[in-house]
Design a binder for this molecule. Structure first.
Ligand code: ADP
Ligand code: MG
Length: 452
């Protein structure tokens, strides 16, 4: 039996609880075991096209969400019919080693979970085309827009889509800060170029997030330029995101910006109210809770958070956690209680132009490429726990709140949990250079976003 069979059995139990008996017996209970595991993708065989389409359309998001709760490392499910089983596949391969390329993508960032509207339609369509024919449509593919509007999501959707179609594809997602970090540590180890090149050159698709961070790092830019040319000449797809158009990047060498401009640029703008409401509705589907949120409350939240989807999503998560913790139905009064501090700090910070706790949480979540929900939530994998501890530590550092108050910002954890987390981060930072680097980078980001 494969370990993924156990995972599937655990997920089945939840599906049974979540959906009607009819749905469960028709769709899920007949699938008794996993078929194949490769590179983070668990393939399941279902009886016919109809079942496959229903699962892939309506339930795959929930199943992957549950998988992320129960699996030690990131995995995704894929449902196919027996007609799609390739002959060479018939002896199911059950490789357990996880591929780092799969590991660096967030499996919930898919095209399917990306809500399309006027503000992102063109970017979305082009991203689909790029994902369909990597290297052939637009190279590089350059996505720009303000913070929190879906650039990382769309970029990773390209990666996830390509991997879903071909698990062999090597997809490297890297934040520009991590690229700098890798390059700096390359220099400090007397040019161990091989390791660096293996990581960055032996790939099919390179996704570089937030390229503006490379500003001023001229040696890193040179190295990136070499890599860019190498991949480009080998027809490998490059996708780049940035907070501004390539022509307006400052302190990035012209030979890079002209390369960026030679590809296809798309921008993502602020979504309108209707669009924001649809995004909230889509997010609700992926939450574990079955809390009902009335439409007028979704509209209210959407009306309060106009310029940053991540913050809007954060408010929804907070509301749902609050209602769950105190076992309440969601009404406008509950919204007032759950969100008053955010809405108040938002008003205040609009005036003072200062950071707030929310911002720390969202910057940390973004830095580690996990969702805000996972940062605040209950999952205990190191992947979530470390960023969570760092966020607690930073809130303590910057605002010196009581440990209990900090705990209340993280799904009501208690005083001693937060205290232990803060102490551990403080201690580990002295020994672990990478941790120190991460925290410094996050602090820099917080400072730069507060002066905007
Ligand atoms: P950026 O990289 O531009 O700062 P992200 O891609 O990290 O923004 O998006 C922030 C959050 O908003 C993520 O949780 C993402 O899933 C969500 N989001 C953004 N745009 C959309 C969209 N069109 N549909 C659904 N979710 C979205
Ligand atoms: Mg981003």
């Amino acid at each position: 039996m494969s370990p993924y069979d156990n995972l599937w059995q655990t997920i089945l139990k939840d599906l049974e609880r979540l959906y009607s008996e009819e749905t469960y017996t028709e769709l899920f209970s007949p699938i008794t075991s996993t078929y194949k595991y490769q590179n983070g993708l668990i393939t399941m065989v279902v009886a016919n096209e109809f079942l496959k389409n229903r699962i892939n359309k309506l339930y795959i998001g929930k199943i992957n969400e549950l998988a992320s709760v129960y699996s030690e490392h990131p995995v995704r499910f894929k449902f196919i019919t027996s007609d799609e089983v390739k002959p060479e596949d018939s002896a199911p391969e059950r490789k357990i080693s996880i591929d780092y390329r799969q590991e660096n993508l967030n499996s919930t960032y898919t095209f399917d979970s990306f809500v399309v509207g006027k503000s992102n339609m063109f970017a979305f369509r082009m991203a689909m085309k790029v994902a369909d024919q990597p290297g052939a449509v637009a190279n590089p593919f350059y996505i720009f827009g303000d913070v929190g509007l879906g650039k990382t999501h769309l970029m990773q959707a390209i990666g996830n889509y390509i991997l879903d179609n071909d698990v062999e594809k090597r997809i490297l997602y890297v934040k520009a800060d991590n690229f700098i970090e890798d390059f700096v540590s390359l220099l400090s180890r007397n040019n161990k170029t091989d390791e660096f090149n293996n990581k960055y050159r032996d790939i099919d698709v390179l996704l570089v997030d937030d390229i503006q961070i490379m500003a001023n790092a001229s040696k890193t830019q040179m190295e990136f330029f070499k890599l860019f040319d190498y991949l480009y000449l080998n027809n490998k797809q490059i996708v780049i995101t940035s907070d501004k158009p390539a022509s307006q990047l400052t302190n990035i060498m012209p030979r890079l910006t002209t390369r960026f401009e030679a590809g296809l640029s798309v921008d993502i703008e602020v979504p309108d109210l209707e669009h924001r409401i649809s995004i909230l509705k889509r997010k609700l589907l992926t939450f574990e809770s079955s809390q009902v949120v009335p439409d007028e409350i979704l509209s209210f939240i959407a009306s309060q958070f106009t310029a940053n989807i991540r913050e809007m999503e954060g408010a929804l998560i907070r509301l749902i956690n609050y209602a769950q913790t105190f076992n309440l139905d969601i009404t406008m009064d509950v919204v007032d209680d759950a969100l008053s501090s955010i809405l108040k700090t938002r008003r205040k910070t609009d005036q003072l132009n200062e950071n707030n706790y929310d911002k720390i949480q969202s910057v940390v979540a973004d830095y580690f490429n996990i969702s805000l929900q996972d940062l605040i939530g209950k999952k205990r994998h190191a992947k979530y726990a470390l960023p969570r501890h760092i966020a607690m530590y930073l809130i303590k550092l910057k605002y010196n709140l009581a440990y209990k108050t900090i705990g209340s910002l993280f799904s009501d954890r208690d005083h001693s949990t937060v205290l232990a987390a803060c102490e551990k981060v403080e201690k580990d930072m002295k020994l672990d250079k990478n941790l120190k680097f991460a925290i410094d980078s996050i602090l820099k980001k917080l400072d730069s976003s507060s002066t905007k």
